[in-house]
Design a protein around this ligand. Structure first.
Ligand code: FCB
Length: 430
């Protein structure tokens, strides 16, 4: 049979984030944002996929699909719904979920900040406020103290670049500011400092308490593959500018603890390496104009794009990982990679072709150690609402019934065998 084999120590699984699937939380800032009509077509974050109540069923699905690892996030507002008030119920619920994952031999990777915060934190000024880092650290410490025996792999902040951009420049995430560069930079600086402090804290707390397993802490970066829109010096300069503002600032800050202008100068927490792995979220290739505008190639046809119009460009995954490795020499986790594909006509091929990139990277000796497909199930695609379908598992929102898509079954065969069949339709019913 035609295909290729992935190394056995490359763990395969899927990823989600709390706000996108849990539902039912009135303390998270995305709920107030939904009430303002800013989510999809008047949709609500309260819906989610009811994972808060159905997590046992969802873990059963993962186990059945042969997942070896799972990236999830913890909702800050579930742990600290009001400032300084800890929710024993929220903590107990996450303990149950994490214990079940462990029981099923699915290694959890837990993200502390994935685009959401409690409404109280936002009302105090969110990531631009003076107390932001301290508030986030308090929550994170509580999370690690109360869940850290079950979790040895942590992501601090998900995609600080996308988060800061969509919150303070594009106005898509609450509180929806536009072209507010000062806030973009202040928040970015705070996110970097929060990562550095969390890195130290997670290692310290797990060590002090003697929690089992090797502690691994990383940041998760959105790395699109950037290309200049056409030859010439000006598009090249546009690309250099975007790369610095959107990628390098965060990398240097979170990996090396180094602040670059305009965020600051020097090493506020000392020199060192503040990541045990680099989390790469890869979706697409973007073109960049001489003005620094980021866009998709207008000449693309339907086969080359996802339901959201994002270009399908597997080589970009290899390119961004190679660039990371050459610069930082740290193990890489592919913390997100996937597509919106309601008809499920492209997902299996997408998975195969992106995994082929990982096989090549491993053959070159680059330690890519995890692949988390985005996403386990259909979910709330932030301001775009429930329209885009990213799931290996389809959700029927009228009944909350779960159904594994054919591509989910194809991926399950890969997870179980580490063999990637060339023919994405083969044995799909099994
Ligand atoms: C990433 C986000 C994730 C999801 C995917 C499609 O930027 O981290 O939550 O929305 O995009």
């Amino acid at each position: 049979m035609k295909g290729f084999t992935l190394p056995g120590d490359l763990l395969l699984g899927s990823a989600t984030a709390a706000t996108q699937i849990e539902g039912g939380d009135e303390y998270v800032n995305w709920y107030a944002w939904s009430l303002q009509g800013k989510v999809g077509k008047g949709e609500s974050s309260l819906t989610g996929a009811d994972h808060w109540n159905r997590f046992r069923e969802d873990i059963g699905l993962m186990a059945g699909m042969g997942h070896q690892c799972y990236r999830m996030s913890i909702e800050w507002s579930r742990i600290e719904p009001q400032r300084g008030r800890w929710s024993a119920e929220g903590i107990a619920r996450y303990r149950e979920e994490l214990s079940l994952l462990r029981e099923k031999n699915i290694l959890p990777l837990v993200t502390l900040h994935h685009f959401s915060c409690p409404q109280w934190f936002q009302e105090r000024g969110g990531w631009t406020s003076k107390g932001a880092v301290e508030d986030f650290l308090n929550f994170s410490r509580k999370a690690v103290e109360s869940l850290g025996d079950l979790v040895n792999e942590w992501c601090t902040i998900n995609e600080p670049n996308v988060f800061a951009n969509d919150t303070y420049m594009d106005g898509k995430y609450p509180p929806g500011r536009r072209n507010d560069l000062a806030s973009y930079f202040r928040a970015s600086r705070n996110l970097i400092l929060a990562h550095l402090d969390c890195y130290e804290m997670i290692h310290r707390v797990r060590k002090e308490r003697g929690f089992p397993g090797e502690t691994r802490v990383g940041m998760v970066h959105h790395l699109a593959w950037f290309e200049s829109s056409r030859p010439g010096i000006r598009p090249r300069l546009g690309k250099a500018l975007v790369t610095r503002l959107f990628q390098t600032l965060y990398f240097e800050g979170m990996v090396k603890g180094r602040l670059m202008l305009p965020l600051g100068l020097g090493h506020p927490r000392g020199k060192g390496i503040f990541c045990d792995f680099i989390g790469v979220n890869y979706y697409s290739r973007h073109l960049i104009s001489r003005f620094g505008d980021i866009f998709f190639d207008p000449a693309l046809n339907e086969e080359e794009t996802t339901d959201l119009g994002w270009e399908i460009f597997p080589e970009g995954l290899g390119n961004v990982v190679r660039a990371c490795w050459n610069r930082y020499k740290l193990p890489v986790y592919i913390t997100e990679n996937g597509l919106a594909d309601e008809s499920d006509g492209k997902r299996a091929t997408f998975i195969r072709d992106h995994l082929r990139q990982l096989k090549e990277l491993r053959d070159e000796g680059i330690p890519v150690m995890r692949y988390y497909h985005w996403s386990l199930m259909d979910n709330l695609e932030w301001n775009d609402g429930y329209g885009p379908k990213f799931g290996l598992v389809e959700i029927d929102y009228s009944t909350m019934e779960r159904k594994i898509r054919p591509s989910g079954r194809y991926y399950a065969q890969i997870c179980k065998s580490h063999f990637v069949k060339e023919d994405t339709h083969a044995d799909i019913e099994n």
